[in-house]
Design a protein around this ligand. Structure first.
Ligand code: BGC
Length: 758
């Protein structure tokens, strides 16, 4: 009888709720932990730790910058001595093999335990051969290409004596005021997760054992968590998200990187739900270790433990150290808190020795997995620089990624491509710069190796066909160069104006309150426009811009981002048509900054309601902006050819999701040139227990088609792809109708529907 009393309410909940399915995803633990749970390694870690003193254990939790940089509050004057006396077990910003080799020798030969050092560095989009900025590369939607860029970066980094990169940055970013959008993969969680995994595999190799191979380095997933959502786009600012948004939108790329095997994670500077990430047990232990099974190590961002004091959650450095260690932070980057206070904290019983041991084991485990104990010098071949830096295949890969990253935003009257033989006026503050093409965080990229736009255009079109005039500086109100630029324009068939923002305006601490081009550049464009010559805007920038005015005065707009070492070649490839552009935006370009934060996967409101205007209709709007759509939406980008979509089929169109649903579409190259289209699949869960986005990206494929050629493209939607955090925060799907769109951007209009049954 008692059982029936229990069963009836349970069954009632099940049926009345009506929305639970049989599918519930249990968070996958084994995926992440399978990488670093080798019993042999664990035995070696245990045996080593049983011989270590507390001081030696603390030394493993310390990361100092080398003499190559002088930032940081308490840099030891003598790094060699700090290594020798065991207070420093890891070094960053050292990237000369002979120097690193000497430091490693000291660690291995002159310390009691002989534990090798990690050598970390910010290798973000290349070490020597610089690829486009990460936001640019994401616009290629070329997952293999992105993975390969990380492979190339790893090999060049190894040649420089490194075994650890502070990359990939996988923060979802939705606010172009934030300067670090340039380092991420844009606004979408699904695409961002694929890129996170690809970059980890590029750096570390694929599979548990590859980290120990000669061509791989340790990756670091950063900045955990939600660093990409600072209020008002101000770097380091407060982040305040619901747990649902955190888990659904922001966490998946970190998890994808960890599931791909990333051995380290960097804690973010920001607070989130009022707790600084670096002091958050919820993030560092409950989610990262317990839910996701991560058993590598967490390093702080630069002095992030010290910053717990100004955050106002620690009275002093001592308390800050205790908070961080107890939260689950293994390694103190340049803060010197662990070195100065951890022993005292153990003595005062404010942290347990057991927790110190756990944190130390995390670091040692990864050093074993890297193979450093077996051969501490294997990354330190002083002859590798000559072989690896700027290898022809590295440059070819960078050029290929740069041209795939370029997004053609506008091309009226087939202004582009530019036919050989035409006279081109190449104007603008970025036409002949080199350093700006590298963007931010460009490793040890050397600007003298950068192919400028002018150089690339002259090589492709001929020196006598390209007339260069700077026209104006990038910011300063000086019109002195206008007359020369006008002269060049009048004597040409077509004008290409290279405008944008300098590379140093992107990256850390570069938040901006405007996203328009500086006034002088707009004045230059207006002046060139008066010549009546076809006007191509070539943009170099690291964030979405407000191009509302520019889009009305130019004939074509090419978004080149910061394209890296081979930028000038890549731009010439695209402008000449030698390469047909295929990049698609991964961050929305608004019409005005007032729309920010803006992203494609918005939800309906309940109002206003005006009949017959379509789905956008429930989206609230501004009285001073008639159309609250973006200027250029997520997923958008033109080609020199056109693509037509037809025959959308959904099989089965009613399913209990035991088997995946197959969505098939025919894509045809309806133009006259070969081209690559990024075919994109979006869905909407029409009615659910919580409000759902109007569209969400669930699949894509890059397809190359000859003129007139058609191809059937199929996508599989499984239970995971329609799942979300339901009203009670359980994860799974709910039965009901789902809309589907397939096309070349997030505004695709070929629509279908399927039903999920219980
Ligand atoms: C940045 C990190 C970087 C670290 C080490 C910090 O200021 O936020 O992204 O990896 O410095 O250079």
């Amino acid at each position: 009888m008692k059982i029936i009393y229990l069963l009836v309410p349970l069954l009632a909940i099940y049926f009345l709720d009506g929305c639970r399915s049989s599918y519930d995803r249990t968070e996958s633990r084994e995926t992440a932990s399978r990488y670093f749970s080798d019993p042999k390694i664990e035995r070696r870690v245990d045996s080593l730790m049983s011989q270590m003193t507390l001081d030696e254990k603390i030394g493993q939790l310390v990361l100092y910058s080398s003499h190559f940089t002088t930032t940081g509050p308490t840099l030891p004057k003598n790094v060699e001595e700090a290594i020798r006396n065991g207070t420093c077990g890891n070094i960053f910003n050292a990237h000369v093999p002979a120097y690193n080799r000497e430091l490693q020798r000291i660690a291995v030969e002159e310390t009691r335990m002989g534990i090798p050092l990690l050598f970390g560095y910010d290798v973000i989009h290349g070490m020597k051969t610089i690829f486009p900025i990460n936001l640019g590369m994401s616009c290629s939607w070329d997952i293999e290409g992105i993975k390969n860029s990380a492979r190339v970066a790893a090999r060049e980094a190894i040649a420089a004596g490194l075994n650890w990169t502070f990359s990939p940055m996988v923060d979802v970013t939705r606010d172009p005021r934030w300067g670090r959008v340039s380092e991420g993969s844009g606004e979408d969680t699904y695409l961002g997760s694929l890129i996170a995994a690809a970059m980890v595999e590029g750096y570390q190799g694929e599979g548990p054992e590859t980290l120990a191979s000669d061509s791989t380095i340790l990756a670091c997933i950063k900045h955990f968590a939600a660093y990409g959502a600072p209020q008002a786009g101000r770097d380091y600012q407060t982040v305040d998200l619901s747990d649902r948004t955190l888990r659904e939108t922001y966490l998946p790329p970190y998890k994808a990187g960890i599931d791909a095997g990333a051995g380290s994670v960097m804690s973010a500077f920001n607070d989130i739900d009022a707790i600084p990430a670096t002091a958050s047990r919820y993030l560092m232990t409950d989610i990262l270790r317990k839910e996701w099974g991560f058993n590598g190590f967490v390093v702080t961002d630069f002095t992030a433990i010290n910053e717990l004091v100004p955050h106002g959650v620690a009275a002093d450095s001592l308390e800050a150290g205790a908070l961080a260690l107890n939260a689950g932070i293994n390694m103190d980057l340049q803060g010197d808190i662990y070195h100065r206070f951890l022993k005292q904290l153990v003595e005062q019983k404010r942290v347990f020795l057991k927790q110190v041991d756990k944190m130390c084991a995390g670091v040692l485990r990864i050093k074993f997995a890297l193979g450093l104990f077996d051969d501490p010098y294997r990354y330190l071949d002083t002859t590798a620089v000559a072989r690896e830096f700027y290898k022809p295949e590295n440059l070819a890969a960078a050029r290929d990624m740069a041209r795939k990253s370029i997004v053609l935003l506008k091309n009226d009257n087939r202004t582009l491509p530019i036919a050989t033989g035409r006279k081109i006026a190449l104007i603008g503050p970025f036409a002949n710069t080199r350093i700006d093409l590298l963007g931010s965080w460009y490793g040890q990229g050397d600007s003298s190796h950068v192919v400028s736009i002018l150089q690339g255009m002259q090589e492709r079109f001929g020196h006598n066909k390209v007339i260069y005039a700077q026209g104006a500086p990038y910011e300063q109100e000086s019109r002195i160069g206008f007359s020369q630029a006008l002269h060049a324009a009048r004597n040409s068939d077509i004008t290409v104006v290279a405008v944008g923002l300098p590379g140093s305006w992107s990256g850390e601490a570069t938040s901006m309150t405007t996203i328009t081009l500086p006034l002088i550049q707009q004045e230059l464009i207006a002046a060139i426009r008066t010549t009546g010559k076809p006007l191509v805007l070539l943009l170099l920038n690291g964030r979405p811009l407000d191009l509302s005015w520019e889009s009305t005065v130019s004939d074509a707009i090419v978004e080149a981002w910061y394209p890296g070492t081979e930028g000038g070649h890549a731009v010439a490839d695209v402008l000449s048509g030698d390469f047909n552009p295929c990049g698609k935006l991964t961050m929305t370009f608004p019409r005005t900054l007032g729309q920010v934060p803006i992203h494609y996967d918005i939800k309906n409101t309940g109002r206003p309601f005006t009949p017959n205007v379509g789905e956008q209709h429930y989206v609230s709007r501004y009285i001073d902006l008639p159309d609250n759509t973006p200027l250029y939406p997520f997923g958008y980008g033109l080609s020199y050819t056109t693509f037509a979509y037809s025959d959308l089929r959904i099989v089965p169109d009613k399913s209990d999701m035991k088997q995946p649903i197959e969505i098939t579409v025919t894509v045809r190259n309806s133009g006259e040139r070969s081209g690559t289209e990024v075919v994109q699949l979006y869905i909407q869960d029409v009615v659910a227990s919580v409000t759902r986005p109007l569209r969400q990206l669930k699949g894509f494929e890059r397809v190359e088609l000859a003129p007139g050629e058609s191809r059937e493209i199929s996508f599989q939607l499984d239970a995971e792809s329609i799942s979300f955090y339901r009203q009670d925060m359980s994860y799974g799907y709910e039965p009901g109708q789902f809309k589907v769109w397939v096309g070349g951007s997030s505004t695709a209009d070929l629509e279908g529907i399927f039903e999920v049954t219980r």
